[in-house]
Write a protein that binds this ligand. Structure first.
Ligand code: ATP
Ligand code: MG
Length: 356
């Protein structure tokens, strides 16, 4: 049965108003090609435009509207460019992730032909726990995770809980089942014996429920070396918040560039598409930004919805989007970051043509 999708769309700052509408056009084309009714887009203000219109980069009305939605697309934001007091506060995407408990940050790194991969053949996914570890501003636990007992001493604490590791580990193992069937747990249990130790131990326990998936583990430092030499051998990497942040920048670059690195942030019942890159204020408004990361993030969002609703049409739409980006890059149409001459709109036009 066909479902009609209602998706939030938050353009954000910098290149957001260019790449988000480009991605929306591709979703519309893919959904039509898959024989589904049109998406109902719900535009919501966020970022600088929201400061001007509503006095906050993340107005209460936007959060309220999001709570009535299952999935949405979030453009990048330029927190550093906001006037005070907004600049010093937790950024809109951090606030949204925390508010809705979007604990899983899924960051694929796939080397597309034509996208300048350092290691062609790379096709892996970093599954990053999004709520704990040392990134205290997102902690669901103890409030401030950093403090200064004296002006000359700063202390950060990292938190790892069994419940949070279990849920992220299940995400990773389920994902691996639909891929090449291998999970690598990335940790530092030899030094952080209790926190990283618990992360590793719980992942190993969860692994027993997935006998069809191979599991191994690596120390974070060794992992960077392995990736640089032989990223194509890895499938799914599961790790805690800070390691995942750093590792996913590395894997994005190994697979090509920031301009093609997508991500989804998800809980059990909500998901948000968000490119890995920032708002790129240096190239905003010039029709030169690469919309591929945003487009691929939207394809991941459709995949997430497809799984949640067991809807093969959504899977078909997502595959069409990904194949269209791959075909477009393969035929040499690319934006400036990949050495091409296509503008944002022209690249999106080519992807829309390839979708149909
Ligand atoms: P943030 O703190 O928001 O993550 P950042 O300082 O990491 O921001 P980005 O905004 O991600 O920086 O930009 C880093 C560089 O990559 C900039 O030179 C920017 O122009 C370039 N860049 C980022 N995204 C894209 C894109 N989609 N297309 C082309 N270039 C991009
Ligand atoms: Mg950045």
């Amino acid at each position: 049965m066909s479902v009609s999708l209602r998706l939030g769309v938050l353009e954000g700052d910098g290149i957001g108003p260019e790449i988000v509408p480009a991605a929306v056009r591709v979703v519309d084309a893919a959904v039509a090609a898959a024989g589904m009714p049109p998406v109902e887009w719900v535009p919501l203000p966020v970022g600088r435009s929201a400061i001007e219109s509503a006095g906050s980069p993340l107005p209460d009305a936007t959060v309220k509207a999001l709570s009535g939605l299952e999935a949405w697309v979030l453009g990048p934001h330029d927190n550093a460019g906001y006037p005070e007091p907004h600049r010093s506060r937790l950024n809109p995407s951090g606030t949204i992730r925390k508010h809705f408990g979007l604990f899983a940050n899924i960051r694929p790194a796939k080397a597309f032909d034509g996208a300048r991969a350092l290691l062609p053949g790379t096709d892996l996914v970093v599954v990053r726990e999004n709520t704990e570890g040392f990134y205290a501003d997102r902690n669901t636990f103890a409030g401030a995770g950093e403090f200064m007992p004296t002006p000359d001493v700063a202390i950060a604490h990292g938190i790892i809980t069994r419940a949070a590791v279990e849920r992220i580990a299940h995400e990773a193992f389920r994902l691996a089942r639909g891929r090449r069937g291998r999970v690598t747990v990335v940790h530092k249990a030899n030094v952080l014996r209790l926190t990283s130790g618990l992360f590793l131990q719980v992942c190993r326990e969860v692994a027993r429920e997935y006998p069809d998936v191979a599991v191994d583990d690596e120390h974070i430092d060794a992992m960077t070396v392995h990736l640089l030499r032989r990223a194509p051998e890895f499938d799914v990497l599961v790790t805690e918040n800070m390691f995942g942040d750093i590792l996913s920048d590395l894997t994005a670059e190994i697979a090509g560039s920031l301009g093609i690195a997508p991500s989804v942030n998800a809980s059990a019942d909500r998901a948000m598409a968000q490119a890995t890159h920032g708002s790129a204020p240096d190239i905003a408004g010039q029709d030169t930004a690469n919309p591929a990361a945003m487009i691929l993030s939207c394809a991941m969002l459709l995949d997430w919805l497809a799984t949640r609703h067991s809807n093969p049409q959504l899977t078909a739409a997502a595959r069409r989007m990904e194949a269209a980006v791959a075909d477009t890059l393969r035929t040499g149409t690319a934006t400036a970051d990949l050495g091409g001459t296509a503008g944002t709109r022209a690249f999106a036009d080519a992807v829309v043509d390839a979708v149909g």
